[in-house]
Design a protein around this ligand. Structure first.
Ligand code: 48F
Length: 257
């Protein structure tokens, strides 16, 4: 059989378009494909929810690939290990209560499990705005990351969803967008994005999980964005809190959806 170049193009365009059209309405839209977003997408999809995950970059995985300062190992505590066990990611004990994992195995395995559970992942797309109706976020406004990077004057498209997860990491982009554009208060002690505090692994891990919650009607924080929104400390390359937060946000949404 002789390969037909144009048939290859047709296959890509038709299949991608069908996937996108199928995702115009979803139960949950996860913004950001770092560890927290991927873990949330997995547990929600596994429970039968229609989940779409939007990631700005070419690759999902966020800050997990690089471990700590490009040493591609991650550290987790017992509760993080339990989640890695759930995904079948291998861990090694290092000291009492400390486990390490290969960050490449962790990202690739968690991503694979999320996709196979049914989460629909769209990379190279950025969330540039939210849809707001009667004080609740009802959807997301999307554009190609390349359009945004190039500053091209191209209008976006929209998707409707039941719940949004802000898993955008340190910049807490969804929360920041809502605060800046809606003029409405967020459900934080100050009504705005407080900003993350300096490094403290012990307090940061705890705060990430505690701060995993709904901060605006229809919108939940997961992962590092929790501490950025609620003013918790950063915690560097210990990832158990990110994994726990992803699992917790999925459970919170499942109680509602
Ligand atoms: O930063 P990221 O890995 O967030 P996380 O899941 O994990 C944080 C850790 O990696 C690390 C840490 C651990 O102790 O502190 O930083 O909370 O992943 C966030 C992802 O969101 C994407 C971004 O490219 C990254 O892959 N992202 C950010 N803003 C947008 C976005 C946006 N507006 N639209 C789409 N994707």
């Amino acid at each position: 059989m002789k390969l037909d170049d144009v048939l290859i193009s047709k296959a890509i365009i038709e299949r991608f378009s069908a996937k996108l059209v199928d995702c115009l309405e979803s139960d949950v839209a996860v913004v950001g494909g770092g560890p927290a977003g991927l873990v949330a997408a997995y547990y929600l999809a596994r429970a039968g929810k229609r989940v779409i995950l939007i990631e700005r970059k070419t690759a999902v995985g966020g800050g997990m690939w690089g471990g700590g300062m490009m040493f591609n190992q991650i550290v987790v505590q017992q509760y993080g290990k339990a989640i890695l066990d759930d995904f079948d990611v291998r861990t090694e004990p290092f000291a009492e209560g400390y486990y390490t994992a290969d960050s490449i195995e962790a990202v690739s395995t968690i991503c694979s499990k999320a996709v196979k559970a049914g989460a629909r992942v769209f990379n190279l797309i950025s969330v540039e705005d939210v849809m707001l109706s009667e004080g609740r976020v009802t959807g997301l406004v999307l554009n190609w990351s390349a359009v945004m990077t190039a500053g091209l004057h191209v209008d976006p498209l929209t998707i409707r969803t039941g719940f949004v997860i802000d898993a955008t990491g340190h910049p807490a982009e969804v929360a920041t967008l809502i605060e800046r554009k809606s003029g409405e208060k967020l459900d934080t002690p100050t009504g705005v994005v407080i900003g993350e505090r300096p490094m403290c692994a012990e307090a940061g891990e705890r705060a990430t999980v505690e701060n995993t919650r709904e901060f605006f009607p229809g919108v939940f924080a997961a992962g590092m964005s929790c501490n950025a929104i609620f003013g918790g400390p950063r915690m560097g390359p210990v990832f158990g809190g990110m994994l726990m937060s992803g699992k917790k946000v999925a459970e919170l949404i499942m109680q509602r959806a």
